[in-house]
Design a protein around this ligand. Sequence first.
Ligand SMILES: Cc1cc2nc3c(=O)[nH]c(=O)nc-3n(C[C@H](O)[C@H](O)[C@H](O)COP(=O)(O)OP(=O)(O)OC[C@H]3O[C@@H](n4cnc5c(N)ncnc54)[C@H](O)[C@@H]3O)c2cc1C
Length: 501
Amino acid sequence: MDGSTPKKHVCIVGAGISGLRCADVLLSHGFEVTILEARDRIGGRICQSDQLGYTVDIGPNWIHAWTDDSKEPHPIYTLAMATNTPLHHWNNKQLIFDSNGNSLSAELTERLSTLVWQIIEMAFQQSEEAHLNGSSHTIPAEDSLYDFIRRKAEELVTNEKERGLLLQMSEMFGAYVGVPVWRQSLRFAWMEECCGGEEMFVSSNYSAILARAAKPALDSPNCHIQLNTLVTSVVTHKQRLPNQQVKISTATGSTLEFDEVIMTTPLGWLKKHHKSVFSPALPDRLTSAISSLSLSNLEKVFITFPIAFWSQQTTNSVPQNNPPGESASPCYMNWLTPSYPDSLPTNPNSWPQEIWDLSSFSPPNNYSTILFYLYGDCSKHIVKLIHNKSSAEKLALLKEFFKPYYSRLPGYDEERTECQPKAILATEWCMDELSGYGSYCNFQVGIEEADKDVLAFREGVPEKRLWFCGEHAAPFEECGTVAGAYLSGEAVARKVVDVYR
Ligand SMILES: Cc1cc2nc3c(=O)[nH]c(=O)nc-3n(C[C@H](O)[C@H](O)[C@H](O)COP(=O)(O)OP(=O)(O)OC[C@H]3O[C@@H](n4cnc5c(N)ncnc54)[C@H](O)[C@@H]3O)c2cc1C
């Protein structure tokens, strides 16, 4: 736009990372921007809590580095570097417990876990090749990643017991995608390829990264951020004609008009509200994408102890010759299909449990905390258990559920107060209307055209001055991530800029 014409006014619905990045790009091209955000804060799913006595991320913690070196620098890694945000690179030591609660040997753990990832890589590759040569439809829509792993395990692992263990170990993929591995579509496994690459963990929290991403919007006189503003209706024209405006209504009864509207509201929110919010209705290609893409349920439970008793000693199953500066303890622990007398009363479905050891971070972020990731039905069960309960009740219920696992950590002693949880924090994303009652999008068995669904979001409805971005409209292999959401905001802003070029 040149300086002589009035600025075009764009509304961004939602001040998560995608909306903030979108605002940044639009502002730098001379647009006026209004961000309408329903919460009383910016950041959306990037969010922290002080409930443990120090600040932790209740949303994202990981930065999934690119698996493809030819890509541009990773935007979130770049922001982390620019803000001196400390990143943790995990050692690859693991402690795995079998369904009887006995730890596997280091040799077996290493061998099977390497093989699981190799098989998952094969699945990524097979589905990607099919995508690239246009033969995706030859992979049945009902085939899951787990089906693929099972077939490969039959082929590659002759020992029946080890094959069973490998299949149980493959369930850990659920914590990446937020649903059990048998729900993950094989046809679109390639769209999850960011899982399992070089993974860094933000060992402080995401707040500096968020603040840096938000700065252009917060500082600009051409950007107006309205918090506590829930958008309830979006009225567009049937076709793009000069000087039309899109009309937005909010829960407080105000009506606002804009030249363009960009929706960053999460997929789950669109699933629930698109029919009542958009008038006229969204085109079929979008309503079909909204119903076909799925939303996962990932929840986090942090348990803090007086000391990190588990890292004070190592077990026989953990190799002792550590490179200098590397923690002796395994950073990742997994309880496969727990079926112990003490776990079955609270976990009769034997949902596997896994933790990351946050005490292995460098000071000052090395708190004596373990972080459980829950997904699928297990996550819903835990949230249902604690929702609307008092803090004391929550603590008691969570201790009861997780004790069969943390009590099997090395160094645990029932009698020692150091081994009793000091504080527990459990997220409740599946109760959060503004995150769409879930964590992020994924591609589950049955989906026919996940790539086209994501493309439909990216294309938006330009003829109605209506656009979409967010993690569900991200570059294919970054869907569901902070980086993907950020890039989707950037991409949609560029499209709007192009309209006025
Ligand atoms: C538990 C959990 C763990 C995760 N872990 C990781 C990780 O380790 N690494 C990673 O890369 N990603 C992770 N993610 C995913 C990542 O958080 C998201 O992909 C990303 O933050 C989404 O950004 P967004 O801008 O698309 O959406 P959001 O951040 O959800 O922003 C959308 C905004 O719209 C607002 N809104 C909704 N409805 C309305 C309305 N009607 N009116 C006005 N405003 C509205 C919301 O309040 C919100 O602020 C995790 C997510 C969760 C929940």
